[in-house]
Design a protein around this ligand. Structure first.
Ligand SMILES: [Zn+2]
Length: 247
C-alpha cells in the first residue's frame, strides 16, 4: 500500500510539473506578445469606425490574420440595405482532422464622444448613416475584443503542433446595429459551418438581456435560432469562395 501511495504521489508530482511547465511556457509566450498587443489596442482605440463603416478596422484585422498564416476572406455579408458594404471577415486555419471551432469578435464602434483624456483617446468624428456628423468611440470594448482575438489567433497559430482541427476566426461588422450578424448569415455563414462543434464569442449587453456586461458567450448573440434556420437557406456572392475552405 505504501509503495502504491508513493507511486501515485510521484505521478501527481510529475503531472503537476508538466502542467506548471506548460503554464510557464504560455505565460512566456503572452509576455513576448504583450507589448505589440497593447500597441494594437491603443491604435484601434484611437481609430474607431461606426457600424457599416468598418473599412480600415476590418482591413487591419484581415491583414494581421493573413500574416499569421490564416486563409482570410473579406467582405462577407449581404445587408438588406444595398447601400451598405459589409466588412465581415472570416479567417480559417485548417490543422488536420478534428472539431471545427469558431471564435468571434465585433469590429464596430459607437457614436459616443470620448472624454477620458487618455493619450490615445479617440478624437474621431464621422458621418452616421443619416448623414449627421458624430463623435466616434470604442465605448463598448470592441477594441479590446479585436486585440484579444488577434492574441488568441497568434497563440493558436504558434501552438499548431498541440491541437488538431479547423479554427475559424470571425470579424463581425455592425454589431451595435445588430444587422451585421444578419448580413453575414444572409451570405450563408451558418450554412458554411454547420458542422462546427463549438462557437465562442465576445459580446456585449446590447444584445444580451440576461446580463449587463461584455463577456464570453456561446452564440452570435444578435440572431435567434429561427432567423438562423430561415437565413441559412440564403445565397450570396461569397459562397463559392468559402465552400471549398470550410469543407
Ligand atoms: Zn458592443
Amino acid at each position: 500500500m505504501r509503495n502504491r501511495i508513493r507511486l501515485i504521489t510521484l505521478v501527481f508530482i510529475a503531472l503537476s510539473a508538466t502542467a506548471i511547465h506548460a503554464q510557464q511556457s504560455l505565460d512566456a509566450m503572452i509576455d513576448r506578445n504583450l507589448a505589440s498587443l497593447v500597441a494594437t489596442y491603443k491604435t484601434l482605440h484611437a481609430a474607431p469606425e461606426l457600424s457599416h463603416h468598418e473599412e480600415k478596422t476590418s482591413s487591419f484585422f484581415a491583414g494581421q490574420l493573413r500574416a499569421m498564416g490564416y486563409d482570410v476572406t473579406e467582405h462577407i455579408g449581404k445587408y438588406e440595405n444595398p447601400a451598405f458594404v459589409s466588412y465581415g471577415v472570416v479567417a480559417i486555419m485548417k490543422n488536420g482532422a478534428g472539431p471545427v471551432v469558431l471564435i468571434r469578435t465585433e469590429l464596430d464602434a459607437l457614436p459616443v464622444n470620448e472624454k477620458t483624456g487618455l493619450p490615445y483617446a479617440s478624437i474621431v468624428k464621422a458621418k452616421n448613416d443619416a448623414g449627421d456628423e458624430v463623435s466616434v468611440m470604442h465605448a463598448c470594448g470592441h477594441d479590446i475584443h479585436i486585440t484579444s482575438m488577434l492574441g488568441t489567433a497568434k497563440m493558436l497559430s504558434d501552438l499548431k503542433d498541440q491541437w488538431h482541427g479547423t479554427l475559424i476566426i470571425l470579424g463581425q461588422p455592425a454589431e451595435e446595429t445588430v444587422d451585421g450578424a444578419r448580413a453575414m448569415m444572409r451570405d450563408g455563414l451558418y450554412q458554411k459551418h454547420k458542422n462546427s462543434r463549438r462557437g465562442r464569442t465576445w459580446r456585449c449587453s446590447g444584445n444580451d438581456k440576461r446580463s449587463n456586461r461584455c463577456g464570453r458567450g456561446n452564440s452570435f448573440g444578435a440572431a435567434n435560432n429561427r432567423e438562423q434556420r430561415k437565413l441559412s437557406a440564403g445565397s450570396g456572392s461569397n459562397h463559392s469562395r468559402l465552400d471549398s475552405r470550410w469543407q
